[in-house]
Design a protein around this ligand. Structure first.
Ligand code: GDD
Length: 451
């Protein structure tokens, strides 16, 4: 068995990668978590992976984690990955992303091991791309447009430098946008899909709030991306950098239209100035020829299916949340979601149902850990094979000890600042947790693009 350590395992890409590694049967999966990590993305596989408590900012903790696991493979996804947060918290973004990787590399050196290490770099590094440069390959100039992009360039070059200086077997992947179920709600595809699901559920006015619709992005399904990460270590060449991209770009207006076409209700688009960025990367379209030739990788999942699965995921979550709210009203008490699991078993892109249906619900029992509480599990299944289950504790004292108010569920969404996408890591908002593979990013109620 091969030992793989995934930093940011609780995040969006990290949780999908863990599932992929487990499906291979020849990999023991370890992941770093922080004490405050949200674990809803990995609830479905929790008993098949081993979690090691470790904050990548703490060199001692990273040393201990690496000594303990002694991995053959490292997938380094943990990062602050939401671009707008990097303007709000540039120092934290730079520290998290650069120092975290530095601590990891130094821990590997000190442990005297020689693992293959994949690091999740980003197409954002290219920044300003001229029309005559697309599609972009590995040789395009880097003209960063955000502190986040700078942090990713530093990660990228640190990987190169550690390969040159110390022979660390680092493979750098510059991944373009990716999405799919469990994508954090602040990122554009999830922001739109979640709003649509809420509107369909009667929870919001029929208005889709949007930011810059002119930007063009190259989207790959996260499940294709995590397979690429495996191939990067299996067949990639240490010291090299590879673009991972679909080779097709979509204007964000087109993404909005595609999702709206799947909606069951009419919705109008409204521009929200709060979602604009100080500077936005106008076009990112990738040329992954180098990676494809080297590894044989091809993306398999069409974008239409990715969006359909994502919308189903959000329909499930919104339905669950509505069910929780009803349950809370029934008990006249606070509801705290203790775990949310999004398991995807997607079959047919065209099978998105009109709305999610609750197929199993509310088994009440005495709850562990609350004095007069009730524990409820609600599962929502959808026709696209996405299921979401939420476990809740209802307590009669109106709020719980973690400070979750009675009017909200602690689903990890809708925070006004901070990071950790997709229910990844950081309850406050920022930090590692998931990765840039992108994992871990900022949460923000509006999509978070504030000046
Ligand atoms: N988030 C968001 N919310 N973006 C919006 C919105 C909105 O309501 N409306 C328009 N956009 C535009 C953004 O301005 C941007 O041009 C584009 O949609 C994509 O935004 P994001 O989904 O936030 O992703 P990103 O391109 O900034 O960064 C993602 O991809 C990188 C790889 O290129 C992240 O996953 C990064 O971590 C990753 O490195």
């Amino acid at each position: 068995m091969v030992r793989a350590l995934v930093t940011g395992i609780t995040g969006f890409a990290g949780s999908h990668l863990a599932e992929y590694l487990l499906s291979r049967k020849d990999v023991e999966v370890y992941g770093t978590v922080r004490w405050r990590s949200r674990t809803e993305n990995i609830e479905g596989i929790r008993d098949r992976i081993r979690l090691v408590e470790c904050d990548l900012m703490d060199a001692t903790a990273v040393d201990q984690a690496v000594q303990k696991v002694r991995p053959d493979l490292i997938f380094h996804l943990a990062a602050q990955s939401f671009v707008p947060t990097s303007w709000l918290a540039p120092a934290e973004t730079l520290m998290n992303n650069i120092l975290g990787e530095l601590n990891l590399f130094e821990a590997v050196r000190r442990a005297g091991i020689d693992p293959l290490i994949q690091i999740a770099c980003s197409s954002e590094e290219y920044g300003l791309v001229h029309e005559d440069e697309v599609p972009i390959n590995e040789d395009n100039p880097l003209r960063p447009q955000s502190p986040y992009a700078v942090s990713k360039i530093a990660q990228d070059f640190l990987g190169y430098q550690y390969f040159r200086s110390y022979g660390l077997r680092v493979v750098r992947t510059r991944t373009f946008n990716h999405t799919g179920p469990r994508r954090g709600e602040v990122f554009v595809t999830s922001s739109f899909a979640k709003q649509i699901a809420e509107i369909e559920h009667g929870l919001a006015e029929p208005v889709l709030k949007v930011g810059n619709l002119e930007a063009r992005r190259d989207f790959t399904d996260v499940r294709d991306v995590v397979r690429a990460y495996w191939l990067a270590l299996e067949r990639g060449e240490p010291g090299e950098v590879y673009v991972i991209a679909s080779g097709r770009d979509h204007r964000i207006s087109e993404v909005a239209e595609m999702l709206l076409a799947m909606s069951t209700v009419p919705i109008r688009i409204e521009h929200d100035p709060g979602r604009m960025r100080p500077s936005d990367v106008p076009v990112l379209l990738g040329d992954s020829t180098k990676f494809r030739r080297r590894t044989g990788w091809e993306p398999l999942i069409p974008f239409e299916k990715t969006l359909a699965d994502l919308l189903e995921y959000w329909r499930g979550r919104v339905a669950c949340r509505a069910a929780c709210t009803e349950s809370r009203q029934e008990y006249g008490s606070a509801t705290r979601v203790t775990s949310i699991t999004g398991a995807t078993n997607v079959t047919d892109a065209n099978s998105a149902s009109a709305s999610a249906s609750v197929i199993t619900s509310t088994a009440s029992s005495a709850s562990a850990g609350t004095s007069a509480g009730t524990s409820t599990t609600t599962s929502v299944g959808t026709s696209a094979g996405t299921s979401v289950s939420i476990s809740t504790n209802t307590s009669t004292n109106g709020s719980d000890s973690n400070g979750v108010s009675g009017s909200s569920v602690d689903s990890g969404e809708g925070r006004s600042s901070g990071g950790g996408e997709g229910g990844s890591d950081d309850r406050r908002g920022r930090g590692h947790g998931d990765g840039d593979g992108d994992g871990d990013a900022a949460r923000s109620g509006s999509g978070g693009n504030r000046r």
